[in-house]
Design a protein around this ligand. Sequence first.
Ligand code: GRF
Length: 219
Amino acid sequence: MPFKVVILISGRGSNLKSLIAKAKNYQITAVISNNSVAPGLQYATEAKIEGLGFCPGNASSLAVHKQAIYQAINKKSPDLIVLAGFMQILEKAFVEQHQGKIVNIHPSLLPEFKGLDTHKKALQLYHRSGKKKSLHGCTVHFVDFKIDNGPIIAQSVCMIKPSDTEALLADKVLQLEHRLFPWVVNEIAAQNICYKSGKIVFNKQIPGQAEKLGFLVYQ
Ligand code: GRF
């Protein structure tokens, strides 16, 4: 039985592209967007994966729009729901229903810089601290009821350089995301990373593997 993954996006879809290219242990059964014109949907089309875009303007309210998305996800009975640049807040009941089965990628070293403008905030802190706070990166975590919160699975780190602009930093972190996210999803699919009662359990080979790849995991 394949490990079934549904990927949620809202825009560009570069993480989706790398999740498609690097799928080893999982099958992407649908790509769903809360934005019917998300450019990322093209990657689903190219890979012959079902892609569904939900136009908010077609729903009578945001609640109805969200319910349509949740129905489409549930119809696929996914083993894992992957938020790859999904910019809509999930309803508590949906998160509750899928606890331990939703992962998100965030462009900062959580718990630092939740929310938007993470690269700008990291650069500001870098300059404010006299270039001492020079670590930045991305985090993959299980989703809980708060935004950009929940047990951290793994992180990938880069150094901020004096020449970095917000755009350069964003690009640097995005390259890290494209390696980290498929690795995590493949390992969850292989059951080497598991969610048990709010905690993450790593198979014993995971820390060594993460170290070789330059990723951080916390035991
Ligand atoms: C990424 O930076 C991701 O960390 C954040 O949203 C962005 C999505 O980029 N959650 P893309 O659509 O995957 O290119």
